[in-house]
Write a protein that binds this ligand. Structure first.
Ligand code: NAD
Length: 720
């Protein structure tokens, strides 16, 4: 949440009790005594420090609002409600004040980088920490960003600012160089470090100058990550020289190395599809689609029903493959991942015969009808958290409607989609109607930009959704976007407490928290917070983290080292910003777990709405508990996010349940439950969480187009 929209109160107030406060911004604070009344040196020092900090915050506000020229000592003093002499007493002149302000910004960035570096386990992870923190959402926050712009504008003219800048540059370069030297030769490390540093500043500056239109934090981080990966690839040892027992080296261009995130074992190597493969697949799909669409709905439905039954029969083997590739516990994949895919195939298999337009009576001389026709060749692009389920959620409605689908699974979890293709073929689907292409973002882009593909259905991150939509615009493709979330779960005083705790557990720790609809902002009404936390923490502490193939394991591995570093980094940020850690909070490394990417289920209490762990999608086992007092307050706070995927309310008050759900800005809601997604109910988000719906009859509308037909029953009356 940016500070831009916050009401700014007038200057400092004094009250009868002698309190002295600056209601300035998110760091505003109240000093209980006026500074002159300080009785000891230590207290005076604290007060002086607090005053300096507040004046610096006012200066950053001012730089963001009126720029460098408009920021004067007199103006700062006015805003802060103190005399200009007092400001001069602390900082000397304007340059001194600005130097102090930029030192504060620079130190806060350095602290964040330091916290992330401390958590990173590998040199590559530390390089990523430098990239991610320098391009973190905080640096793209309008207030901070505009202040930094003022800094860059003045740095050549003010010696003090130059010193701040040199320190910032030296720190970044030395961090990057020392880590890169452990991966590549020293000379190359030096030049690559300089390139990364220049790109970080350059990408940030371009984004700032475009008023954050050109790139957001996530896309800037992705750009730098892709650059570093592509440069490091040049130094990767050839496969033949791979060290025995070592983790697979970074995949070379065109090759995807699939690993088991629970132990690093190599599962497969696949080729990435390029333009030739994509064009050939589209041509095959175009040929095959005509015949498939010409079949009756009942015929198409029978193929899907058979495929659903075959998935059920192969549940255990497919669940095991999914567990090896995703790190999710086998107790989950056996109960949910494969079976929910089967249910989806069966549901659309049953609906296929009923897909129809309507008849419209237009009087004695005419009637009209609509035909619900397939779109043609459509593409699905999947995320890594529910690989087989996502493939089924896209393939089943697309095929039921008579389309052909090309599906690109996530490059991290490409295996079970290939099994689905085999099952569909065995069930009688003609060749070419469902094809799987492997690849990373570049392959996804080839699909998104292909002129013969009529629609893209993506499950992924918000930034990917934006890129896909922009690419699809060139050929006016339809898009369905299932994106991220930061969903609220609201628990009122009258809720059944054990059910509410169960809902919060399901909504945060299933699949180690790698679920888009998770209710990670758990709002608990004040009177029951203590009792709720007591039961919650006892159950979380008893959760079993372990080998995903062990049926007793409840929390498996996260998908990759990079993702684990991100999750650990955000947990560190939570502590730094004042959240109270109740349980978890660290990587799980006992015994064999050290070889994988395991993180203990984590609960933070005393969270506030502007903390990073409360604002950003973590996609890991991290729950933030927030206290609220009344209904209006919690609705407003629950909606104060750009996301709108899911929401839930726990209460036994019937009318309140429906009233609150109606006010929550979310596409998918639960009353007294969490994360259940029956195939009959449409699933999807509002706001930045997506467009369109999957599941239910709603999906049929997204995989068909209407043709309206007017049928004349009489003569044509022309005035010519
Ligand atoms: P991601 O956006 O990084 O990748 C998703 C897919 O898009 C991958 O197959 C990737 O190769 C492809 N891709 C990436 N850039 C592309 C581009 N420019 N053009 C075309 N394709 C591109 O997401 P992820 O890391 O795989 O998954 C995690 C994200 O997915 C989280 O944000 C999560 O909330 C979201 N998610 C949403 C749902 C939902 O139903 N709403 C379900 C699961 C996951």
């Amino acid at each position: 949440m940016s500070t831009q929209g916050r009401p700014r109160e007038a200057a400092a107030r004094t009250s009868g009790t002698g309190s002295w406060s600056f209601p300035l911004n998110k760091r505003s604070m109240t000093l209980s005594d006026p500074p002159h009344a300080a009785s000891s040196g230590a207290v005076r020092d604290d007060l002086e420090e607090a005053r300096r900090a507040q004046l610096i915050e006012v200066t950053i506000d001012s730089l963001a609002e009126v720029g460098y020229v408009g920021t004067t000592l007199a103006q700062i003093a006015r805003r802060a409600g103190v005399s200009a002499g007092l400001v001069a007493h602390y900082f000397g002149d304007k340059d001194g004040l600005l130097e102090a302000a930029f030192r504060t910004l620079s130190r806060s960035l350095a602290r964040r980088v330091g916290a992330r570096l401390a958590l990173a386990r590998t040199p590559r992870g530390r390089v990523q920490a430098v990239i991610d923190e320098n391009l973190a959402p905080e640096e793209f926050d309008r207030r901070t960003g505009t202040a930094w712009l003022a800094f860059w504008g003045q740095v050549l003219h003010v010696a003090g600012l130059k010193r701040v800048q040199r320190a910032y540059q030296r720190r970044m370069l030395s961090n990057l160089r020392s880590d890169l030297r452990q991966i590549i030769p020293a000379a190359e490390a030096k030049s690559l470090a300089a390139m990364i540093a220049a790109l970080i500043d350059g990408v940030w500056l371009r984004a700032a100058l475009s008023e954050w239109q050109e790139a957001d934090s996530k896309s800037a981080q992705a750009m730098l990550t892709a650059f570093v990966d592509s440069r490091l690839k040049d130094f990767a040892p050839p496969p033949a020289s791979a060290r025995a027992g070592a983790r697979p080296a970074a995949a070379s261009a065109g090759v995807i190395v699939v690993i088991n995130p629970a132990n690093g074992a190599r599962l497969a190597e696949l080729s990435e599809a390029g333009p030739d493969e994509v064009n050939a697949a589209v041509e095959r799909a175009r040929q095959a689609q005509r015949g498939w669409a010409a079949r009756s709905g009942a015929e198409r439905g029978r193929v899907l029903l058979r495929a659903g039954q075959m998935l059920r029969a192969r549940n255990d083997a497919l669940a095991e493959l999914e567990t090896r590739n995703t790190g999710k516990p086998i107790q989950e994949t056996r109960a949910v991942d494969v079976l929910s895919g089967a249910e989806c195939l069966e549901y659309y298999g049953g609906l296929a015969a009923g897909i129809a337009g309507e008849h419209l009576d237009l009087g004695a001389q005419a009637f009209g009808y609509t035909r619900r026709e397939p779109l043609g060749v459509v593409a699905g692009i999947g995320a890594w958290n529910y690989p087989l389920q996502i493939a089924c959620w896209k393939a089943a409605p697309a095929l039921a409607c008579g389309n052909a689908m090309i599906f690109k699974p996530s490059e991290l979890t490409p295996l079970t989609a290939m099994q689905l293709a085999a099952v569909l073929r065995e069930a009688g689907l003609p060749d070419g109607v469902f094809q799987v292409l492997q690849g990373r973002a570049a392959t996804g882009q080839l699909l998104t930009r292909h002129p013969q593909i009529a629609k893209i259905s993506l499950t992924g991150d918000v930034s990917t959704g934006k890129a896909v939509m922009a690419d699809a615009a060139a050929t006016l493709k339809q898009v369905t976007l299932e994106l991220g979330g930061k969903s609220p779960l609201v628990i009122f005083n009258d809720a059944h407490l054990d059910n509410a705790v169960s809902g919060a557990l399901l909504g945060n720790f299933y699949s180690a928290g790698e679920v888009c609809s998770n209710g990670t902002r758990v709002f608990v009404q004040r009177e029951i917070r203590a009792a709720f936390l007591e039961r919650l923490v006892a159950r979380v502490a008893a959760m079993r983290v372990g080998d995903p193939l062990d049926p007793a394991t409840q929390v498996g591995a996260l998908i990759s080292e990079e993702h684990m570093e991100k999750v650990l980094g955000l947990m560190a940020r939570g502590r730094e910003q004042g959240a109270r850690l109740l349980t978890g909070g660290a990587r799980a490394t006992s015994g064999d777990l050290a070889a994988g990417y395991f993180v203990a289920p984590t609960v933070f209490d005393r969270c506030h709405d502007d903390m990073d762990i409360v604002r950003r999608e973590i996609f890991g086992p991290v729950m933030s508990v927030l206290e609220f007092t009344d209904e209006d307050e919690v609705v407003e706070r629950a909606n104060a996010t750009e996301y709108g995927l899911a929401a839930a309310v726990f209460t036994n008050d019937l009318t309140r349940a429906h009233r609150v759900i109606a006010r929550l800005e979310a596409g998918t809601c639960w009353i007294n439950h969490y994360n259940v997604t029956p195939i009959e109910l449409p699933f999807g988000g509002v706001k930045r969480s997506g467009l369109g719906r999957e599941n239910g009859r709603a999906a049929i509308e997204h995989y068909t187009q209407l043709k309206s037909v007017y049928v004349a029953m009489g003569d044509v009356d022309a005035p010519y």
